[in-house]
Design a protein around this ligand. Sequence first.
Ligand SMILES: CSC[C@H]1O[C@H](OP(=O)(O)O)[C@H](O)[C@@H]1O
Length: 355
Amino acid sequence: MINIEWKQPELILLDQTKLPTDIHYIRCTDWRQVAEAIKMLRVRGAPAIGVAAGYGLILAATEATQSNHPFSEQLSQFYEFAEELKETRPTAINLAWAVDRVLTLVKASISDNAITNGEALINLITKEAEEIHREDIALNHAMAKAGATLFEGQSNIRMLTHCNAGALATGGLGTALGVIRELHANGQLERVYADETRPLLQGARLTALELHEDGIPVTLQTDNMAAYAMQQGLIDAIIVGADRITTKGDVANKIGTYGLAVLAKHHNIPFYVAAPYSTFDFTLQDGKDIPIEMRMAEEVWNFHGIQTAPSDIGILNPAFDVTPHELVTAIITEQGVLKPDYEASIAELQSKVQK
Ligand SMILES: CSC[C@H]1O[C@H](OP(=O)(O)O)[C@H](O)[C@@H]1O
């Protein structure tokens, strides 16, 4: 399954809301289609929405430069479109990171008079969007290798994961699932316990699908079974992805992650987070300041058209929660494994990736 593919002049996205039963691709020729796909989680996963947004900017620039207006006005229109794309989901920093990376390059090229027309603008954005995608694929492989170092000498590993941090959440192998794939390839993995991950079931629909297709033994459990699995001694380690990590190591990830981290502490089970450098928010120290996306109520009282609760009651539907750094055993990145003191190890990461 191809998750995201740029085929000039279209961005082809696998509609993940229809998995695991239907393979349906969306052919985006308008940046608004990309924005809708991100908002409705047709494409989802922190790195993947960054990659998709990068390609969405090509479509935005194409529309903005089709008018007969002066290039300066076309650029203003492009910047407006870019901001709308950036605002589709607030928590995953990779979306803003990708848009800002392209905009920074565009503005620098404009000020150097390196681009003076629509064609040059589109070519510049296309190259950068493709580079963001290529980079994410490479980062996933490096992260998988780095994560496997935490399990040297171990075998028959039983791993619990939450939501989907796999190929469907990235441009490549996956973050958490990239490490899982590496351990499987090394013959070290016994089984993965996948939380179904209510309300949108990314674990059941996506992670179980990815692992099953790869021949990796997977056991699906409802989210409220995770505590039982740990209490019964079925879990050796937990590995999850992330949507935003602060400079002191607080981690925003899919709702339910914080509860797993508390349980892991209680049961003395290592709790690992896997994320590329583009998931770190080097401007934010405290996890309580991470904006948490509150999603639509019907995602909780309804699933695929089946009503599962009264529709006129109060509904709480935060898409993410924040795990304090004290509960995180290690953070796996493409640059290596970060361990406490996270302020120091994340500062070292920042110096490596921003030099
Ligand atoms: C590779 S990390 C992906 C990260 O994004 C998911 O959220 P969503 O499905 O709402 O985009 C989840 O938090 C994953 O851990």
